[in-house]
Design a protein around this ligand. Structure first.
Ligand code: C2E
Ligand code: MG
Ligand code: MG
Length: 429
């Protein structure tokens, strides 16, 4: 029993590295090998609530389950609640094994649910397929860990496979996070605004705040690149707070200068809703500016409503009760359900630009958009069509019953200074 972890009986990390390297050097190319890395969500919390003895039992159970699979060649516990294992399958066996792995985890969590009822037992698991037997085992473990971390705390995905895309995200992370942190510290995050236009009135009826970063070479980094990175690391919270304060301050200035103020929407990332004090924090900040909440809208994507919806809906209701407007962003981009529209406590639905574009080029799609706009009008929900680029697109959705548009046909997101001089005019005296 030397060289074994006392708690789990698994190999110690160094020993695992040596043995796995020797094993892979002689691996059978006709078989299929994967490395699986797993740990618990909120393990510190489990230790704190139930004590270290209970935490240890949970780790031991996890190790037993993972190591006792017939395909497990060897496993180890590198530290704390983290278990990794090397597995060998028949070539065509892996597909069905994905289901097995999913079920194994579900069963494990279910079995422990009653004992650890104050917190949910949940595993974060990453898998790296080993296709190059010459690759260092430590690099394979790193990849499985990148995959594991990518699903940390995500209760809707049973496990993640390592992919090149994840690696790119990781690389983007190490490049972009320092740029973001520096910009945040130096107050250099750019906040752009894009107008929303009322076709009937022929003028602006709102605006959306959208951010950009400048990289070290002076180039603009678009949000499609940096938002996923910031979401992954949790730093999007800092970004959204920055934008929020910036927008509140701008509105305060506009009001003080006697300008024609419009409602400005701020994108709120999903992860804000995991913070219990979100609503109180927003209101506390907002009250420093002495402006009307009518001028502020929060955009949340529809996926926000899929998980833990009661907690989230409660927060949204409170924000609305205070007077802020709430819109569902990118509606139709994911797995929207009509059912959702009926239960959402929101004011505005923003139809996704991709959804509109794909729908408008065929008869069935046109009918769907038309029907959707009709239903939304019937239940008195406001609608904004995103990504309107041509007069034709405008005409079609306008005829279907949508008056508010956002898109390059009117303007791109532009720096706030330009936006002000173009759209936020001083009232005539
Ligand atoms: P979004 O909230 O759906 O914002 C609308 C996006 O559509 C913007 O892209 C805008 O430039 C683009 N767009 C508007 N009109 C058109 C058009 O006619 N054609 C096309 N092809 N695109 C159009 P942007 O600024 O690149 O932002 C992308 C996404 O990044 C946003 O999508 C939003 O989800 C996210 N984002 C941007 N800023 C923030 C932020 O401060 N916080 C958070 N959490 N997310 C942000
Ligand atoms: Mg938006
Ligand atoms: Mg959108």
């Amino acid at each position: 029993m030397d060289n074994k972890d006392k708690l789990t009986g698994l190999y110690l990390f160094d020993d695992f590295i040596d043995r796995a390297s020797v094993f892979l050097a002689k691996a059978d190319p006709n078989k299929f090998y994967v490395l699986i890395s797993t740990d618990f969500s909120k393990f510190k919390y489990i230790n704190r609530v139930y004590g270290y003895g209970a935490g240890d039992r949970l780790i031991k159970d996890l190790a037993d389950v993972f190591a006792s699979q017939t395909q497990c060649i060897m496993a180890c516990r590198p530290y704390s609640d983290h278990v990794i294992g090397l597995y060998q399958f028949e070539k065509d066996e892996w597909k069905s094994q994905k289901e097995v792995l999913k079920k194994l985890q579900e069963d494990f969590c279910k079995q422990h649910k009653a004992e650890y009822s104050k917190t949910s037992v949940h595993l974060n698991t990453g898998v790296c397929v080993i296709d190059d037997f010459d690759e260092q085992i430590t690099s394979i473990i790193d990849k499985a860990n990148i995959a594991r971390r990518s699903v940390k705390g995500n209760y809707s995905i049973p496990f993640a496979m390592y992919t090149k895309k994840l690696q790119e995200l990781k690389e983007a992370e190490s490049r972009l996070i320092p740029i973001f942190e520096k910009a945040l510290e130096n107050d250099e995050i750019l906040v752009y605004m894009q107008p929303k236009i009322s076709v009937t009135k022929g003028k602006i009826c709102g605006a959306e705040a959208l951010t950009r970063l400048i990289d070290d070479d002076g180039n603009i980094v678009p949000p499609d690149i940096f938002i996923p990175v910031l979401e992954n690391s949790g730093k999007v919270l800092d970004l959204d707070w920055y934008v929020m304060k910036h927008v509140f301050r701008k509105i305060q200035e506009w009001v003080a200068e006697g300008r024609d103020v419009v409602t400005v929407s701020i994108n709120l990332s999903k992860i804000h809703f995991y913070h219990d004090s979100l609503v109180e924090d927003i209101i506390e900040e907002f009250e420093k500016y002495n402006i009307s909440p009518d001028y502020v809208e929060f955009e949340v994507t529809e996926s926000v409503f899929f998980e833990e919806s009661e907690l989230i809906i409660d927060k949204i209701e409170k924000l609305r009760a205070y007077g802020f407007k709430i819109s569902v962003d990118d509606f139709g981009a994911g797995y929207s359900s009509l059912n959702l529209i009926g239960i959402l406590p929101v004011d505005i639905i923003k139809l996704d630009k991709g959804f509109i574009k794909n729908s408008l080029n065929n008869r069935k799609g046109m009918d769907i958009i038309k029907g959707l706009i009709r239903i939304l009008n019937e239940i008195e929900m406001d609608i904004v069509c995103e990504g309107i680029e041509t007069k034709d697109e405008e005409r079609v959705v306008y005829e279907f019953g949508c008056d508010s548009m956002q898109g390059f046909l009117y303007d791109k997101p532009i720096p706030i200074g330009d936006f002000e001089s173009k759209y936020i005019l001083r009232k005539a005296i």
